[in-house]
Design a protein. Structure first.
Length: 92
């Protein structure tokens, strides 16, 4: 992992934000956060539950990914493939 990606056109970048699959359930103004397997994670993701007050709804289910704020950049060298009209290819 790097804080800054390397330079040059032989690199491809991917922003990687690891997290947990989570669902916010809002019902009659009360918010709960559940894990992918249905565990009550409201305490672990209390900031998500508290943000439900910002929704202009009495009930909702929002499915998404709960991730950490720090995002690291991963970079891998690219193997370029040249495709010829006759179907041949070369790697460099």
């Amino acid at each position: 992992m790097r804080e800054k990606p390397p330079r040059g056109e032989d690199w491809v970048y991917e922003i990687k934000a690891d997290g947990y699959r989570a669902q916010l359930h809002l019902r009659d103004g009360h918010a709960k956060v559940y894990s992918r397997t249905g565990l009550d994670w409201t305490e672990q993701f209390s900031s998500i539950a508290a943000s439900a007050d910002l929704l202009k709804a009495n009930s909702a289910i929002i499915d998404g990914e709960a991730s950490y704020r720090q995002i690291l950049v991963t970079a891998v060298p690219v193997r370029r493939q040249r495709l010829w009209a006759d179907g041949r290819s070369t790697w460099r």
